[in-house]
Design a binder for this molecule. Structure first.
Ligand SMILES: Cc1ncc(COP(=O)(O)O)c(C=O)c1O
Length: 378
C-alpha cells in the first residue's frame, strides 16, 4: 500500500511512537496527577516532558499555557468559544476547515457573534488588503489556517498576526496542516490549535491548544483536574483549566516520541523532503491531459497537499480505482471544508487529494503519477 493521505492522519509513524504507547500502557498504566503514588508521578512526568518538547518545537516560553486535547477540532472550539463574548465580531477566511466555520456559525445562530468571511481568489490565494478591509471596531478575533487542507496553500500567518495586533485583535492559527511540517513560532500569535496525529506523527486522539499568557478563556468542558478539588468552579490555573478528566497518557507518550523525532531530524529537513516530493509530483502531472490541479502555482507556498480532478471522471471513483487497482490510498470527495471548495470551484464535484509525508519516497510519487496517467488514458 502506498499511503498518500497524510493530511488526514500521518502513516506510517516512527517505530518509537508505537513503542511508547505500548510501554506506557504496560509500565505506567495510571492517571497523571491523580494520587501521590509512583505510577501517577511517572504518568505526570510523561505529560510534562511532552509539553516541554512541544513548547521547544513551537517556541513557547510558558509551558503551562499549552493544553492537551483530543484533536485540532477540540482545540479550535476551546479557543474560539473561550475568547468570544456576546457582540464580538470575528474574521475568518474562505479557506477555513469546517472546524473553524462551524463553531463560529453556531455562536452566530445563538445570536452571540457576527463574522466576516474574507474571500480568497479561485487559486485559494488571499490578499492582506481584503483582511484589513474586514476589520471593524468590534472585531475581537481573526482565525486562520496556516495551510489549506484542500489545496495545500500556505498563508502568511506572521503578516496577519502583525495586522491583528496593530488593531488590538487576537489572532488564532489553525495549524492542522502545518504543525511538524512548517516552522511555527507560536510566540508571535495568541492562540494555536494543532493536531498530534498528523505532521507531529503522534497517535490519533492527540492534539493541543496554546493560549498566550494574559488571555483568559471561558471553558467549554469542566470537571476533575486533580487540582483545587475543594472548589465548585473550574480552576483558573493553566493548563488544568483546559484539561478536565483523564488525560490520554499512552497516546501523549507516543506524541512525545513523534515530537522528539521531528526535533532531531529538524523541521527544515522535513519541509525540504515534502517540498521535493510535492514539486516532483506536480511537475510530472501538470502536463497530463485532462488533469486539473487546484491551488497556487507558487511551489514555495504549498505544503505536501495536492488536489486535482480528472475531467469526465468522478473524484470518488478515481479514489476507489487508485485504491483497488494501484494500492494507493488518497482521499476523494469533499474535505470537510465547504468554504475552500466554494473558493476553488469544487463544491459540487469535490476533488482527489494526494498528501505526502516524510516517510514517502520518490518511488511512491512516481507510482502515483503512473497510476494517474493510466486512469486518464481509459
Ligand atoms: C485545516 C484543518 N483544520 C482542522 C482540522 C481538524 O483536525 P482534527 O481532525 O485533528 O480535529 C483538519 C483536519 O484535517 C484540517 O485539515
Amino acid at each position: 500500500m502506498i499511503y498518500l493521505d497524510n493530511a488526514a492522519t500521518s502513516f506510517v509513524k516512527p517505530a518509537q511512537v508505537a513503542c511508547a504507547v505500548y510501554n506506557t500502557m504496560i509500565k505506567y498504566g495510571a492517571n497523571a496527577g491523580r494520587g501521590g503514588h509512583k505510577l501517577s508521578r511517572e504518568a505526570g512526568d510523561i505529560l510534562y516532558d511532552a509539553r516541554e518538547n512541544l513548547c521547544r518545537l513551537f517556541n513557547i516560553n510558558d509551558i503551562e499555557r499549552l493544553a492537551f486535547c483530543p484533536n485540532t477540532t477540540y482545540a479550535l472550539n476551546m479557543g474560539i468559544k473561550g475568547v468570544l463574548d456576546k457582540g464580538n465580531h470575528v474574521i475568518i477566511t474562505s479557506m477555513e476547515h469546517n472546524s473553524v466555520l462551524r463553531p463560529i456559525e453556531t455562536l452566530r445562530t445563538l445570536g452571540n457573534v457576527a463574522y466576516t468571511i474574507v474571500r480568497a481568489n479561485e487559486k485559494g490565494e488571499l490578499l492582506m488588503s481584503s483582511l484589513k478591509k474586514a476589520i471593524r471596531p468590534e472585531t475581537k478575533l481573526i482565525v486562520m489556517t496556516h495551510a489549506s487542507n484542500v489545496c495545500g496553500n500556505v498563508f502568511d500567518i506572521y503578516n496577519v498576526a502583525n495586522l491583528a495586533h496593530e488593531h488590538g485583535i487576537l489572532f488564532m492559527v489553525d495549524a492542522a496542516q502545518s504543525a511538524g511540517i512548517l516552522d511555527i513560532d507560536a510566540s508571535k500569535v495568541d492562540l494555536l490549535a494543532f493536531p498530534g496525529h498528523k505532521g507531529l506523527m503522534g497517535p490519533q486522539g492527540t492534539g493541543g491548544l496554546y493560549v498566550r499568557k494574559g488571555i483568559g478563556l471561558y471553558t467549554i468542558v469542566e470537571g476533575g483536574t486533580g487540582s483545587s478539588s475543594e472548589l465548585f468552579s473550574q480552576p483558573e490555573e493553566y493548563p488544568d483549566r483546559l484539561e478536565s478528566g483523564t488525560q490520554n497518557v499512552p497516546a501523549i507518550a507516543g506524541l512525545n516520541e513523534g515530537v522528539k523525532f521531528i526535533l532531531s531530524e529538524g523541521i527544515n529537513t522535513i519541509r525540504q523532503k515534502e517540498e521535493m516530493l510535492t514539486r516532483h509530483f506536480i511537475s510530472e502531472i501538470k502536463n497530463i491531459n485532462k488533469i486539473k490541479i487546484y491551488g497556487t502555482q507558487n511551489q514555495k507556498s504549498r505544503v505536501g497537499v495536492v488536489a486535482l480532478n480528472i475531467s469526465g471522471r468522478d473524484c470518488v471513483e478515481v479514489c476507489s480505482e487508485l485504491d483497488r487497482e494501484y494500492d494507493i490510498a488518497v482521499r476523494g470527495g469533499l474535505h470537510c471544508s465547504v468554504l475552500a471548495h466554494e473558493t476553488l470551484g469544487t463544491k459540487d464535484i469535490g476533488c482527489v487529494r494526494f498528501s505526502f509525508g516524510y516517510f514517502n519516497a520518490m518511488q511512491d510519487v512516481n507510482k502515483a503519477v503512473y497510476a494517474l496517467y493510466k486512469i486518464t488514458k481509459k
